[in-house]
Design a protein around this ligand. Sequence first.
Ligand code: BGC
Length: 416
Amino acid sequence: MRNKYNGLKSVKLWGASTAAHQVEGNTNNQWSHWERRNAERLAQDSVGEYAHWLPVWKVVEKQATSPENYISGQALDHYHKYRDDFDLMKDIGLNAYRFSIEWSRIEPRKGEFNQCEIQHYIEYVDALRERGIEPVLTLWHWTMPLWFVDKGEFQKKENIRYFENYCNKVIKALQGRVKYICILNEPSVYALLGYQEGRWPPCRKSRWQKYVVMRNLYHAHKRVYRNLKELDSGLCIGTAYALADFQGDTWLGRLRARLAAYEANWWWLDRVAKHADFIGFNYYFSNTFHGLKRVDVPGRKSNYGWLMEPWKIERVATNAHKRYKKPLIITENGLADAKDQNRQWWLEQTMNGLDRAVDRGVEIHGYLHWSLLDNFEWSDGYWPQFGLVHVDRKSGARRIRKSARWYGDLIKGLEG
Ligand code: BGC
């Protein structure tokens, strides 16, 4: 394939991302309990929530109105099938993989660490390395052991020490095997949906609580960063923070966009940036303001109904670079696209944007697509399909999508 993305030759990590709860199966954490209690309601609510506007509603209606869609259950059984999944990555041509460790497996009871589960993740990481795939480990992707939740989880500052303890344990066990670490995944999304909007566990509706949790999470990030650097100064530790693009079409709109960007993008990151070796960010969304109002702009929509403006990653990356002057890793980026109609286009537009950003002097160290596999999309369950690899819900069979081949060819083209 002729390669027009020469600027991207400097990008080292090319891969995909997942999170334990969304792929492994059989987890026992606050999410799996919440799902079982709420599956019926989520199935009923899906009609009111989506039927009148979701582009693919007719196609997904049967699945979305069935309670079992909302229970992660066996998930993709990636817990057992990870070697096959890593073979698929190798087949596509990926050289990096972001995944998360399931805290509730490692420490099912306070202070009791399960050696077999730790061993599982050691073998998991070794299996990646054997295939020449660089592990990018996330320590917390939203799920937690029940005992930690009973203690009030991240609502209480004094609970951070339990998280520190778990992180130390994991990183000591994996020492010498893992270099790249994201401490937390999207703290702002977790806090917004769980504490302010009440849509995710623990279903609170308090703006104040959201800020308390966000504050405790930046303290957690900083403390874990210091501890891990003390353990091994060679570790490359950062974030996986949700960054969106914000634009305004009048002076008032631009002002509104700046304020929104500060609140959503920079407020939290500013507080941890000195404790990060790279800025990891997840890019999915762009927002336009007309005056003070956020407006819908015409454009392609994903299966999820999300507006797709992948090229705007250029501005997001450039702004993050200007603000922090650190290498960037795109820790997630992608779309729900069951029929694979837009994924290649999304990837192309994203690469154009990143290529232009590199030309402007932005250092991009890695790009990790969301997701490797069609997985469990939290409160929407299984119907949205984000995978480079399609997974059949019944048989669990995997099939590499065409767009993944395009992505693999792009990576190969950059190697020469
Ligand atoms: C999360 C993923 C999720 C993805 C797509 C991100 O906010 O980190 O866990 O699956 O978005 O919805």
